[in-house]
Design a protein around this ligand. Structure first.
Ligand SMILES: Nc1ncnc2c1ncn2[C@@H]1O[C@H](COP(=O)(O)OP(=O)(O)O)[C@@H](O)[C@H]1O
Ligand SMILES: [Mg+2]
Length: 361
């Protein structure tokens, strides 16, 4: 078993599981620090394969590939949380995995995640376990109002969710979601959405970015704006929430906490992403050290970089066919394209960040 008593020096190798845009931008950040990035993806042709020669393509639970990954890497991290938990547990027996398997296990299941957040004394939407149509019926009766039924695992970009407005709806929704274990959440009539992206180092050091205000369209992030409408007190509270969660998970790396900002000003935790996050992409241009660089720094045991923001920023996703307008997008701001070939509807093809001089907040 390899250990990480000391930081990984320049020239060391960091394994990144997942070869999408997050893995790609993590690999680029690793390269900028003189580290090598190895991308492990379950399919050929991953966007991240374009930026590093070190690559593995195999199913995520392939033991021989996992053993090979452990062998060549000093530390392993991941770009998405829906990984088979036993594969990560196996990997963690051979090589340090950061953030650790426990953080992943807590956050990849909406029921354990919400229970964990509530136990920390943080606000969540009311939630109920739903494992059968009868339970869906009963949960709706207890909730007593509009809700959202979500599969406990594997959801992203609003996939695996249905709005429900009656007990019958809830039971039907459970069946429509394939009869998978679900939770029923109360619908939160928020004023707007925000998120906080933060880094925690192996030594327990902590640094949070300013929380952007986020707008979703068709359940996909459209835009992150920083500063958003959060008050200075809400900004402080959002960062404190991220610290409470990161400390409780003994977290190493970057994490994101999605928040609902209530009409009463309260902050409700929606979900935790144990990874770099789409609502932190603006940090590449607007901060001294981006979320990607800070994640790499944390997992290799280096000092965290400054999360200080030197500009105001608006980050917009480039979704599906919007990518065809790359020329005008390139004219309008800092354009990132992820190297994806098919501009399928709803697919995140890139993003563009527009900066303006920082206002006082
Ligand atoms: N309980 C809720 N009340 C109101 N809106 C919600 C609730 N849960 C989710 N949403 C809306 O759906 C979006 C996606 O839900 P989320 O739980 O974050 O799943 P995903 O994993 O797809 O990001 C949220 O950003 C929010 O706009
Ligand atoms: Mg979300």
């Amino acid at each position: 078993m390899k250990t990480l008593d000391k930081p990984v020096p320049p020239g060391g190798t960091i394994g990144i599981i997942g070869g999408g845009q997050l893995g790609r931008m993590l690999a680029q950040a690793a390269n900028a620090l003189g580290l090598q990035a190895l991308i492990y993806n379950d399919q050929h042709g991953a966007p991240a394969f374009q930026v590093t020669p070190l690559q593995l393509a195999a199913p995520y639970d392939d033991r021989a590939t996992l053993a090979g990954l452990a062998n060549v890497c000093d530390v392993v991290t991941f770009e998405f949380e829906n990984l088979p938990a036993d594969a990560i547990a196996f990997l963690a027996e051979h090589v340090p995995v950061r953030p650790g398997p426990a953080a992943l296990a807590t956050t990849q299941d909406r029921l354990t995640e919400k229970s964990f957040v509530a136990a920390l004394g943080l606000k969540t939407a009311p939630f109920f376990e739903v494992s059968s149509p009868e339970q869906a019926h009963a949960a709706f009766a207890q909730l007593g109002g509009e809700g959202i039924l979500k599969t406990r695992r594997d959801g992203y970009d609003g996939k695996g969710q249905v709005r429900v407005i009656s007990a019958e709806d809830a039971a039907l929704g459970f069946k429509a979601l394939g009869g998978k274990p679900c939770i029923l959440e109360g619908f939160v009539a928020f004023s707007f959405e925000a998120s906080v992206v933060a880094a925690r180092g192996a030594d327990g050091s902590f640094a949070a970015y300013d929380p952007p205000e986020n707008v979703h369209e068709h359940h996909i992030l459209r835009r992150s704006t920083v500063p958003g409408r959060l008050t200075p007190a809400q900004v402080m509270e959002a960062k404190a929430i991220a610290k409470t969660i990161a400390d409780a998970l003994d977290y190493v790396g970057v994490l994101a906490v999605e928040l609902f900002v209530g009409k009463d000003g309260s902050l409700t935790v929606n979900e935790i992403a144990p990874r770099v996050h789409n609502t932190g992409h603006w940090t590449i241009e607007a901060c001294a050290c981006s979320q990607f660089e800070n994640h790499i720094r944390a997992v290799v045991g280096w000092p965290l970089g400054s999360t200080e923001r030197h500009a105001d920023a608006v980050m917009e996703n480039v979704i599906g066919e919007e990518a065809h307008a790359w020329e005008s997008l390139a004219r309008s701001g800092a354009l990132h394209l992820y190297g994806k070939k098919d501009a399928k509807p709803g697919r995140k093809m890139g993003h563009v960040t527009r900066l303006s001089p920082r206002r006082s907040l």
